[in-house]
Design a protein around this ligand. Sequence first.
Ligand code: GLV
Ligand code: MN
Ligand code: MN
Length: 432
Amino acid sequence: MMVQTVGPVDEALAGLRVDEDRLRADFDALAQIGATGDGGVHRPALSEAHLAARAWFRGRIAAAGLEFRTDGAGNHSAFLACGPAGAPVLLLGSHLDSVPYGGRFDGPLGVLAALEALRVVHHAGVSLPVHLEAIDFTDEEGTLLGELGSAALAGTLTAAAVREPRCGRAALEAALARAGLTEDGLLAARRDPASLAGYLELHIEQGPRLMDARVDVGVVTGIVGICSYRLTFVGRADHAGTASMADRRDAVLGASAFALAAREIVLRDFPGCVANVGDMDVVPGAFNIVPARVTLALEFRAPEPEPFRRLEEALLERARAEAQRFGLALEVERRGWLDPAPMSEPARRACAEAAGALGLTHISLFSGAGHDAQVLALVCPAGMIFVPSVGGASHSPREFTRWQDCVNGVNVLLHAALRMAFDRDPEGSESP
Ligand code: GLV
Ligand code: MN
Ligand code: MN
């Protein structure tokens, strides 16, 4: 691998900095779209608010004199042709969708950072060995499938996953129609990995470690594996007043016992892992009917492949046991699997060196949140930079990152991108 450290190009580029005022104006304008009035935003993937945020982004791309691009998965990009003809593209980005009633930093900070990095390079008139692209990925948050846009681009999206999305088939079809997208388009959005020089993403930490350590920036070592299931406990509807307590086949009892057991299993046997029952749908759902069916949304996460698979087995075994204990049947549908992903060594080095050169303190840390970078890591060198989250809050309107920390992160992204642009094998043969 050719590593270009200090040289004439680096000296010319070292003084580049992002325009804080322009970035701030963009950040505040974007936070108004889908604003919930308490500091948060509600922009589920391909909702009207999300589409409005994307239309706004497209306007900012045009205003910057950059080329707008989109693909069959609806990913939205600014493109800057700053490399030689046929050069690969270095992707920078994140997502403009949010979880329901989420915060205004999770995703938008990374998209605006990417756009700002392109504007700085564009205005400086710099030529690089690669082209640059600032990308807003579709459905990072999993309202539909989860990391849908990045999986489509990486070519890891399967027809089977599209047939059985986390949100259910009808919701996916409605969302695609709203955005003018098609299933065929999703599956055709794959890019040749040889066309990708790498992927870098700036994001808020979404946890307390950087604040606790009083450190400016985190360099991400790897991203957690995430698996989701819909589990349905099937019992029998009965009169809640007349059926004897001993004879009931109450689906809520099985589902509730399982939710408690999932917590115990993780705490006892799976350090570093987590499990969440995030939703329960009770049918028929009335005061005076013994519940006949409960469908729950289970998600669990692990930092390494081996405990990830063991945790899956342990949870399913326990779900079957709880169903049996309460005289219930169990229906099991897996609704998504993302492997844990280490970040690439060259990307980590670029982020750490960029932070150091900017005089910022940094530590390495692991991400318990999912990110598009874990999908991109399957096809190109991928890395992430974290900035501190006050109180560690995220997926909530309480999400907050101090503005100076945001600016620091955007400057690190810019300089990490420049370093990655030059820190490449001239044949483009660097492995992820
Ligand atoms: C996305 O933020 C996730 O970790 O679910
Ligand atoms: Mn995010
Ligand atoms: Mn998120």
